[in-house]
Design a protein around this ligand. Structure first.
Ligand code: SAH
Ligand code: SF4
Ligand code: F3S
Length: 479
């Protein structure tokens, strides 16, 4: 270990204090000797994982372009390769390590190539140790709390050609005024808070992202006003649990207040992820129901339908409470669609407990479900539990679960046949310029025919055919 490295520490990452996070408005800076280091150089950035990581990727790209790097589409062309990683399940980790291994060959043809790794995997003590041992070609490792330090770290790695590692494991601050390169033209991600304090027994996120800390409402609204001025039509408000928004800053009304303020900006479409069922307030439901520009689509991860498993997972609700919330949302928010996340094969899950999940899925009839086999993550309480469920059984449960979730996805889509719905246009199809794709208010993928249609238009589309994962239709008119 070099003295000037800052290695991740699981012990520190676990800590939480009552101290309020500092909002840093001028922490980011580009020293004069660094400002041109990207001239003539290309970067290849690949992001894995959730929307929070996608949004971090936009910040990283923004910083690199502020340093005059230009982006490229293949790692072969790059002078700098950055993998912005995810640690949520073992397969996410394996994918990145596999990619790191296979990209190593590029060093032979380009000895000056710089390899960097950032994102959630960089926050993991055990992973960084593995990288040091087995992937010596990695030159730069920085964590999710170190993004604003990228100009300094790149300078160090490029000029000294010394391996550079800086991963803070602190609870985290809120760093404002970072550059951003938006990857979308009409849909944008907006962070409203960072981190997570829920510590669900299986989950690594509270260790990789630090404590829950909210941005100030004014900063969020300023960002949204800028996006509106730039022609954006949709914002997705991001947080690991948006329902906790503002609790740390003691903002009265919390997420309900923020959501209402965002609705009043009149941006055509507002989405938000993720809502934890535990603290979904009635005020929030009322705001969602009241404003037409808040999309009637709710991602409400349930994880399991069994009370004992939910308790061990530390989810703080039982199946009945989940159903009560679900039904309340369904009755108050007109034509709402729902998606969820489900884990099968949590340690020692019995067949009967698994069947409770199936029962809940059949009751809720989700429009969409993200289904996972439980994956032990080093440092989480669940990873230390003995597990008597063989992998074949977990795989079988996943198959059974997916038969149910796929069935409901298809049934829910069938109900759209013949209806006219509003679609925000993402773009023309690659094969046929008169075929477009976009998303409905309820987040359904819609492929449709039409003329004189631009990306970013909101179009009325009549649905003529339905499939499990998409709808087909014809545009009626541009509204
Ligand atoms: N903050 C979000 C979830 C972020 S992670 C929330 O609480 O809803 C996205 C999903 O990954 C989780 O909802 C969970 O279903 C799944 N997940 C998280 N950790 C996992 C693990 N160790 N194994 C399998 N799935 C996991
Ligand atoms: Fe993970 Fe639970 Fe936090 Fe979601 S709420 S990020 S599942 S710990
Ligand atoms: Fe993955 Fe980190 Fe997101 S672990 S899911 S990239 S918060």
């Amino acid at each position: 270990m070099k003295e000037n490295w800052t290695m991740p520490s699981l012990k520190e990452a676990k800590q939480r204090t009552k101290k309020q996070a500092v909002i840093e408005k001028s922490l980011f800076n580009i020293p004069s000797e660094v400002k041109d280091i990207g001239y003539g150089k290309k970067y290849y950035l690949r992001t894995y994982g959730c929307q929070a990581n996608e949004r971090d990727g936009e910040t990283i790209a923004g910083i690199l372009e502020a340093l005059h790097f230009t982006s490229c589409d293949t790692p072969e062309e790059a002078d700098l390769i950055l993998l912005n990683t995810c640690a949520i399940r073992q397969n996410a980790e394996d994918k990145v390590l596999g990619e790191l291994g296979s990209l190593k060959r590029l060093r032979k043809t380009n000895p000056d190539l710089l390899f960097g790794l950032c994102g959630c995997l960089a926050q993991e003590e055990a992973v960084v140790k593995t990288i040091l041992e087995k992937y010596p070609h990695v030159d730069l490792v920085f964590g999710t709390h170190n993004i604003h330090r990228l100009p300094h770290l790149l300078y160090q790695a490029m000029m000294s050609r010394e391996k550079t590692i800086e991963v803070f494991s602190k609870e985290g601050e809120v760093v404002e005024n970072l550059p951003v390169k938006r990857f979308g033209t009409h849909k944008a991600w907006v962070n409203i808070m960072y981190g997570c304090d829920k510590f669900c027994a299986y989950c690594i996120v509270p260790y990789t992202r630090g404590k829950e800390r909210s941005r100030q409402a004014e900063d969020i609204l300023d960002e949204i006003h800028t996006l509106i001025d730039e022609g954006f039509k949709e914002v997705t408000l991001l947080g690991q649990n948006v329902n906790s928004y503002g609790k740390d800053l003691k903002i009265e009304g919390g997420f309900a207040y923020l959501l209402e303020e965002v609705a009043k900006t009149n941006i055509p479409r507002i989405r938000f992820v993720t809502s934890h069922p535990w603290d979904f307030s009635d005020e929030m439901i009322d705001v969602i129901a009241k404003y037409e520009n808040i999309m009637p689509f709710i991602h409400l991860p349930v994880q399991s339908g069994n009370d004992e498993i939910l308790k061990i997972m530390g989810r703080r609700y039982n199946a009945k409470e989940y159903m009560t919330l679900f039904n309340k949302l369904k009755s108050k928010v007109k034509n709402a669609a729902f998606s969820t996340d489900i884990i099968v094969g949590f340690p020692n899950e019995t067949h009967e407990q698994f069947l409770d999940t199936i029962k809940l899925v059949d009751e809720c009839q989700f429009d969409n479900a993200f289904t996972f086999i439980y994956s032990p993550r080093v440092g989480t309480p669940a990873a230390a539990m003995q597990d008597n469920v063989p992998m074949e059984v977990k795989e079988e449960r996943l198959q059974i679960l997916m038969q149910h979730t796929n069935h409901w996805a298809k049934v829910k889509n069938e109900a759209y046949l013949g209806k006219v719905i509003k679609v925000l246009v993402d773009g023309p199809s690659k094969k046929n310029k008169n075929v477009f794709s976009g998303h409905s208010e309820t987040n359904k993928l819609v492929n449709f025919t039409g003329e004189n249609i631009q990306v970013g238009d909101i179009v009325d589309v009549k649905i003529t055919n339905t499939k499990s994962w998409s709808l087909d239709g014809e545009a009626i008119k541009v509204s």
